[in-house]
Ligand binder design. Structure first.
Ligand code: SAH
Ligand code: SF4
Length: 393
């Protein structure tokens, strides 16, 4: 089946407010952009620029420095000049919470808006859940983030900034190749990463750079609700693991709970998964499946999921997510026994289907809760927004 044409510009109403101090933040720029900025500011000659950019890069991403004065291999006059033009920023921490299970959540602010990042420590890894947008333009019915009033793309610097801030908080400077706490990244915070493709790509390239934060692409997972035309580019230009928020195997149900399905349906989505560059048996695509009581959790649904994965020959695993209810959410989580049965059917077919353990519930750090209650849209506003979007499609 042909894949529908290019994705149209996303209706993202606002850019971040410019910095009041007029300084340019170097976080999120690649080395070439840093070099160009230094030349443009008249601080270095074009010949010198690459070398200085490499030094700055080292301080920012290997040492975690935020103060130009500490960058002692740069000449003092250059350090003084850098302060007048540039900054190495961090998002402002509005709130920092630690759960009884060790999960940490940060409510962050930059450019006037708040967004969240969550760190989940496990025995063998530490995963940072990173946001790509403030809010989300897609209104998945079970998701809290989709109810936020304000939506804007985060810049590459704001996305990288979440990783730097987590490293600060975990005391992980200078960067070291082994024994790290922060080992993995999932683009599963607020927002749809493939609706902010350029910034997410640029940010992840900074994060993956071997001379700095140096997280391998095998330790990064990008989750999409199914922006089909951008999936191949994600594989080619970013190359990280892919997770797809499938959540339903029948059109009527997915149309209802993941409204983007009305634009790109299950067959197109599964074809794009089968064609995802780099997917193979060793690097499987993860299908995320939120367990909603009586909605998508029958034995027949589980069997249909297996059938689809086989029919499209997708190297896949399934991640079953117990629904995390929020005030006013229109669904309930499937009972434990139902989830266990659903999982067993998929496992019996030879496909891995573990149930995700909810983490950080006491600090509202779990899936789809990443937002503050005061910023929620009312039901009427939500309905109006959904109708608007439907008309636009
Ligand atoms: N927008 C992207 C990534 C962020 S959401 C996406 O939708 O894939 C990360 C995962 O949490 C997605 O699979 C999402 O569907 C799921 N999720 C959202 N709200 C949830 C909730 N209340 N309970 C359980 N999972 C939820
Ligand atoms: Fe957006 Fe993902 Fe939430 Fe859907 S599940 S509203 S795509 S953040």
């Amino acid at each position: 089946m042909p894949i529908p044409g290019p994705v149209e510009p996303v209706p993202v109403p606002r850019a971040p407010a410019p910095r009041a101090d007029g300084l340019v933040d170097l976080v999120g720029l690649d080395r070439a952009a840093i070099a160009a900025a230094l030349v443009e500011a008249g601080l270095v000659t074009p010949r010198e620029a690459r070398m200085r950019a490499r030094q700055l890069w080292h301080w920012i991403y290997s040492r975690g420095a935020t103060d130009f004065a500490a960058m002692t291999d740069l000449a003092k006059p250059l350090r003084q000049a850098l302060v007048r033009h540039f900054t190495v920023g961090r998002p402002e921490v509005v709130d920092a919470l630690v759960s009884a299970d060790g999960t940490r959540k940060w409510l962050l602010r930059s450019g006037g808006e708040t967004y969240e990042a969550v760190f989940i420590p496990d025995a063998d890894r530490g995963t940072l859940c990173v946001s790509s947008q403030v809010g989300c333009t897609l209104n998945c019915r079970f998701c809290h983030t989709g109810t936020m009033k304000l939506v804007r793309n985060l810049t590459a610097g704001e996305i990288v900034g979440q990783v730097l801030l987590a490293r600060d908080a975990l005391g992980e400077w200078p960067s070291k190749p082994e024994g790290r706490l922060l080992t993995n990244i999932v683009m599963m915070g607020m927002g749809e990463p493939l609706y902010n493709f350029d910034n997410v790509r640029d940010a992840l390239r900074v994060v993956m750079d071997g001379e700095g934060l140096a997280l391998s692409k095998r330790r990064i997972t990008l989750s999409t609700s199914g922006v089909v035309p951008m999936m191949a580019r994600a594989g080619e230009e970013i190359g990280v693991n892919l997770a797809v928020s499938l959540h339903a195997v029948r059109k009527e149900v997915r149309d209802e709970i993941v409204p983007l399905n009305r634009k790109w349906g299950i067959p197109e989505l599964l074809e794009a998964c089968a064609a995802y560059p780099g997917a193979n048996n060793a690097r499987r695509i993860t299908f995320e499946y939120v367990m909603l009581d009586g909605v998508n959790d029958s034995d027949a649904d589980a069997r249909e999921l297996v059938r689809l994965i086989r029919a499209y020959r997708i190297p896949a695993k399934v991640n079953l997510i117990p629904f995390n209810p929020w005030p006013g959410s229109p669904y309930a989580c499937s009972p434990d026994a139902r989830i266990a049965r659903f999982s067993a059917i998929i496992f019996e077919a030879g496909i891995s289907a573990p149930v995700r353990t909810p983490r950080g519930r006491d600090i509202m750090a779990a899936c789809g809760q990443l937002k503050s209650a005061s910023e929620r849209l009312s039901r009427a506003e939500l309905a109006a927004r959904a109708a608007e979007k439907e008309a636009a499609w």
